[in-house]
Design a protein around this ligand. Structure first.
Ligand code: NI
Length: 177
């Protein structure tokens, strides 16, 4: 499989809503997800949505292993999520820093729902139903926004909290969402 080029902000394809996946467990879907995994790993990402490689389908992948370089980052299980549906138990919001492979080199502080219930299907069509919080909830909200043509700066409420990663976090290697 192949690491694919990631579309950057400004490309109109990142602003289009994605279509639901109609059939699970197909060779085409497996090939798409393999390419997405290779792309995410090559760029050290925490997640990737299919529209970011120009495929307008409701497919996101995400996962964060325990990494000694990010001692405070919570672990997120490696997940393939198709046709996601999100709910927000409790309605509580919190701010956190985000990056995106479609906006390389910059970070912004983004308000997100603190608690998230997400449902959908895995590659084989098995149902997924998880209620999560914190960083895990943030990553999933960020990736699923891509399926609705939303990039994180469109969620920001204070553009003063937006800048270059190397300036904001001079001691951290980049990890992008
Ligand atoms: Ni992103």
């Amino acid at each position: 499989m192949t690491a694919r080029a990631v579309l950057k902000m400004g490309d109109a394809r990142l602003l289009e809503p994605a279509r639901p996946v109609a059939a699970f467990n197909t060779p085409e879907l497996h090939a798409l997800v393999a390419d997405m995994r290779d792309t995410m790993q090559a760029l050290n990402g925490a997640g990737l949505a299919a529209p970011q490689i120009g495929v307008g389908l409701q497919v996101v992948i995400f996962g964060v292993a325990k990494n000694p370089r990010y001692p405070e980052a919570e672990m997120v299980p490696d997940t393939v999520l198709l046709n996601p549906v999100l709910e927000y138990p409790g309605d509580e919001m919190e701010d956190g820093w985000e990056g995106c492979l479609s906006l390389p080199g910059v970070r912004g502080k983004v308000p997100r729902h603190k608690r998230l219930r997400y449902r959908g299907h895995d590659l084989a069509g098995q149902p997924i139903d998880r209620t999560v919080s914190g960083f895990h909830a943030r990553v999933v909200q960020h990736e699923c926004d891509h399926l609705n043509g939303i990039l994180y700066p469109m969620r920001m409420t204070d553009m003063r909290q937006f800048g270059f990663t190397e300036v904001l976090f001079p001691n951290l290697a980049p990890m992008e969402e």
